[in-house]
Ligand binder design. Sequence first.
Ligand SMILES: *Cc1c(COP(=O)(O)O)cnc(C)c1O
Length: 451
Amino acid sequence: MDLTSLQTQARALDAADALSPLRELFDLPPDVVYLDGNSLGPLPRSARRAVTHALEQEWGQGLIRSWGRAGWLQRAAEVGDRLAPLLGVGPGEVMVADSTSLNLYKVLAVAMELADLEGVAVERMATERMAFGQPSDPPGGASEERAGVRPRRVLLTEADNFPTDRYLAQRLCAERGWELRICAPQADGRFDASQLAAPEVAVLMLTQVHYRTGALHDMQAINRQASAHGVLTVWDLAHSAGALPVALRHPGAECDFAVGCGYKYLNGGPGAPAFVWVHPRHVERAEQPLRGWLGHARPFDFAADYAPAPGIARYVCGTPPILSLTALQAGVETLRAADALGGMSALRAKSLSLTDFFRRACAVLVPPGSLECITPLDAAHRGSQLSFAVRPPRSAARIMATLIERGVIGDHRPGDASVPDILRFGFAPLYNTHADALRAAECLGAVLRTG
Ligand SMILES: *Cc1c(COP(=O)(O)O)cnc(C)c1O
């Protein structure tokens, strides 16, 4: 295999790509290979028009009347409904609001509250049974291990999850007397689902695609095990929503809570609002902790006391950022434009083809031994990015700075004592091509050869 045959392959793969017209939906600088859509998606051409309209007509001319006339009040729920099929859920189940961090705070707090409520109910049952002279629990009964003896107050998560996820969990656990348990991966790097069997584990929080390694969890298998042990699941979809088909309600393997980012693969623009989903069976069982007037059942009564809105609308806190929300709406429509071309499963097939081709091109063009790919090779276990460990004396920051100077934009993340510095290359199947992958591999090879 040499450069010429890679070029031939790239041309053939791009020529056969039915999704290639979608690249035209974006305003990408012509001289740039953009492989950082997992951090900030590019500008959809339609976002420019939509935001200009929202700015000049809706805000400029409509003024406050636009909350009603221009549909500002419904926009967050509407964008949630357009996003819903990409997550495998129905209309009315997803709300766009706030940041991923804030939404994670809301759902973690609710998951912990539901787990605590369940613990109280089980303890009460046990006490009542004892009062009536019955054994405290039927032997082998599902509630036996929960009853009284050890409170179920462990939040389980994975090692080196994204900082916001860890920080929020640390604080919530400290406040509520819970333990945050960090689960080390198995030898093959996968999540160790046997940890779910520990009777004190009540909530599991995972990021579906790991932000550093790009490893993809087997969400369905994990959900099945979690549910068999009565553990609630909270999924962060920051690196999966819009990059691969997500099935939050896969029959027999449903998630309990999920949040995700608007500005990554959804192309919603810098600081775009995020989304939140709560399983309909839980959504009205608890209030989220950030009571705000717009999450009220009747916000325009301006009532003295709070009453949560029905359904996912209660996860709204305050006034939505209409201009950002309008840009996000355009971003979500760039993904929906793929519906007619095979939708998320076609996008997933192309994403796998891009990461596979990039890996093969790197194997030819990058000096042997200079980088180590830490993303699983196996398609079932990788998301839409490839990450490479960089070890001293090489510097991931310097390598990436040089790549960016040469028009190949990825990013790097610092390591620490336990994990190496990495280079990340995110592939967005809506607009990236195999030619992009080849140019990035060539450039990376050149930078590493010259040191
Ligand atoms: C990007 C990312 C976030 C971002 O949170 P913000 O509140 O939007 O800053 C959260 N979680 C993960 C796993 C991420 O990758």
